[in-house]
Design a protein around this ligand. Structure first.
Ligand code: UDX
Length: 445
């Protein structure tokens, strides 16, 4: 039987998690097919190779040794379990030629003004176009501005005159839950111009536990990704502003969010007030959508406010510290958690980076602990949470890692010099902390 391959260009978060999950899924399909009776329909297309392509030789060498480029729960095990199907390689040409589905999962960095750098995507498709000899389905997973798929088609056409399809299939996975989200997505969005492409992709994903497929035109699919992330960011900034009102009025944002979230139209998710959102997606996608609007002479006012509120949340930590400690010059501040959220070592747009910057500007002495992040320029990162809080005038809980939530706070109190504790994620019991004589300060309660 002829070998059938899928190529994934880009071994970053999206590409690697997708590849590992697809490989496992193909194995499950084979197993299922082998047990079905003559009358049951099995999976039609089985792919026996998933080519994981990257230009970074070191990354590929590491992956071949079983070393992951970042921490994501469950990923390493899934990769190791499926090394027979997964092929980590820098051989772009060989991989593309042996595949009939090619995913583009390269990075699309966005600058401060919201301009998206599409050179990775365009260079990749240019090379694909030059190599192609027969039909391929090209699937764009990278987050790209609306209209990019049309440009991708044009670039391929410049070098290839045969048949091909381009679909937009945006990724919605959350870091720290990436494997779960890839296998059990709330929805899979397929932006396509024809049924052939749609069916081919649906057939590849068969086996995943997909709640619903959203088959849309390509531009709508591209926009769904931005609109979703911008809406999530809006929800967070909204509850953070409600938290400000809670502080003014003496209400408790936790209780307010609970009461709001029970309305099914609102929902509980993303109503956790705190020091704001970070990560590789929400900040950049919000910015990029503001930019898309601006390019069309439309001012997306809500999203500009969402960004501003998010920036202010980080400054709020410094305000609260100054209110309680006075001048921060020479004061020792211990940070608990650095990554932009728990269960990841990702520091992209992490609130901790701004908090560190502001503290340094105020000449505070900063010590920090994070279960996964072991180096940040200019910060003394210690290997034990109690060392980060030892002799501290104040402690800021930045990331709500389980390990940090479960610290022995009586010991924390005893080891600190002062008693000011800022819970930037509202993740500890207010009563417990006050009972234990902390000057406990959270956000909006
Ligand atoms: C996000 C989207 O959830 C995902 O669908 C998209 O594809 C990529 O971006 P991710 O960046 O992994 O995923 O993180 P997410 O769990 O969404 O959290 C984003 C940020 O918001 C974190 O900094 C988190 O701490 C913060 N957050 C989240 C809040 O401050 N409050 C909340 O209620 C929820």
């Amino acid at each position: 039987m002829k070998s059938k391959g899928v190529s994934i260009i880009g071994c970053g978060y999206v590409g690697l998690c997708l590849g590992a999950c697809l490989a496992d899924n193909e194995k499950n399909k084979v197993e299922y097919n082998s047990t079905r009776s003559l009358f049951e329909e099995g999976f039609k297309d089985i792919y026996d190779k998933i080519y994981m392509v990257d230009i970074n030789q070191k990354r590929i060498d590491d992956l071949n040794k079983g070393i992951m480029p970042f921490y994501e729960p469950g990923l390493e095990d899934l990769v190791k379990k499926n090394t027979d199907i997964l092929s980590f390689t820098t051989d772009f040409e060989g991989s593309v030629l042996n595949s009939d589905i090619i995913f583009i999962a390269v990075g699309t960095p966005t600058d401060e003004k919201g301009n998206v750098d599409l050179s990775g995507v365009f260079n990749t498709v240019k090379d694909i176009g030059k190599i192609m000899k027969d039909y391929k389905l090209i699937v764009n997973k990278s987050t790209v501005p609306v209209g990019t798929a049309d440009l991708v088609k044009k670039i391929i056409r410049e070098n290839y005159s045969g048949e091909f399809d381009v679909v937009s299939n945006p990724e919605f996975l959350r870091e720290g839950k990436a494997i779960h989200d890839t296998i059990n997505p709330d929805r899979v969005v397929i932006g396509s111009e024809n049924l052939r492409a749609e069916d081919k992709l649906k057939s590849l994903y068969a086996g995943f536990k997909i709640n619903s497929f959203v088959c849309a035109d390509i531009r709508s699919a591209e926009l769904i990704k931005y609109a979703s992330n911008a809406f999530l960011a809006t929800k967070i900034s909204f509850i953070n502003e409600i938290a400000r009102i809670c502080e003014i009025t003496g209400a408790d944002v936790g209780q307010v969010a609970l009461g709001m979230g029970l309305d099914k139209r609102i929902g509980h998710d993303f109503l956790q007030a705190g020091i704001g959102y970070g990560g590789s997606c929400l900040p950049k996608d919000n910015r990029s959508l503001i930019r898309t609007a601006g390019d069309g002479d439309y001012d997306f006012k809500i999203l500009r406010a969402v960004e501003e509120v998010n920036k202010n949340q980080r400054e709020l930590v410094i305000d609260k510290l100054e209110k309680n400690l006075g001048n921060l010059d020479g004061k020792v501040v211990g940070l608990l958690g650095l990554s932009f959220k728990p269960n990841t070592d990702d520091m992209r747009a992490a609130p901790s980076l701004d908090i560190i910057k502001y503290l340094k500007e105020k000449k505070a002495i900063v010590k920090a602990y994070d279960p996964m992040v072991k180096a940040v320029e200019g910060v003394d990162i210690v290997d034990d949470p109690y060392k980060a809080i030892e002799d501290a005038d104040a402690v800021v809980l930045v990331t709500e890692w389980d390990e940090i939530r479960k610290l022995d706070f009586i010991k924390v109190k005893a080891w600190m010099k002062g008693n000011t504790f800022i819970d930037g994620r509202n993740c500890l019991s207010r009563e417990y902390m006050l009972d234990n004589k902390f000057n406990y300060i959270s956000i909006g309660r």
